[in-house]
Write a protein that binds this ligand. Sequence first.
Ligand SMILES: O=C[C@H](O)COP(=O)(O)O
Length: 270
Amino acid sequence: MADSTGARTPLMAGNWKMNINHVEAVHLVQKLSWTLQDKKHDFERVEVAVLPPFTDLRSVQTLVDGDRMKIRYGAQDVSKYDAGAYTGEISAAMLAKLGCTYVLTGHSERRQYHHEDDALVNAKTVKALEAGLTPIVCVGEGLEIRKADGHVDHCLGQLDAALAGLKPDDVRKLVIAYEPVWAIGTGEVATPEDAQEVIAAIRSRIEETISPSVADSVRILYGGSVKMASAGGIMAQPDVDGCLVGGASLQVDEFAGICRYLDLQLGYSS
Ligand SMILES: O=C[C@H](O)COP(=O)(O)O
């Protein structure tokens, strides 16, 4: 997504993971909206989204629609199936009906705890696109791969597999998130230069394999222990278009501060 000048619009997406019930979700989104409105946040300049658990989505939809909030929302997972006897699964069409804009695919916790492989990530990404959702496709390396200096190749391999068979116009619609697994929930943030290295490599790969214009428009986020204090440095990198925020998105003041990284850099009140 780009603004009227063609620049990529930064996206701050809060992945709540398995936290916050539907009652708490209403309070959190309401408070986030108030906080950002109070600070006159420009949602056209920095887009804000939350990714609650499935059970919260209807409540979040009702609140966002009812109060005409500019906060977008989405889900943390989606089925590769359309419908049928798949107990526990949630289809892309169900998420679209709930007004979701985004859905995560390939998050490292799905890969680790649910053994999701690259082919499944690709299938889920395709289903999300077919339903009109924007997949946020996650890639990232573990610590051993990073120590062996294989991180760029590893992430590009995951990227190629996730995007297999997609048309250029579909790739253009995606958001991609680089999340080094060793930096997730550990407090260990990759340096801004670490984030830039891999994200620039992802953009170059899309330029080579899809097209320069798609590479120029696709948004690529960084995720992994992002906090209000670290967001500005990460966002100063030329290829970083936003953050996928876990733990800090559960604290309204932290997440609002991340969304307001531009204002805070300019010294406006926090
Ligand atoms: O989806 C979000 C990431 O896994 C980052 O989580 P974190 O900010 O708690 O490290």
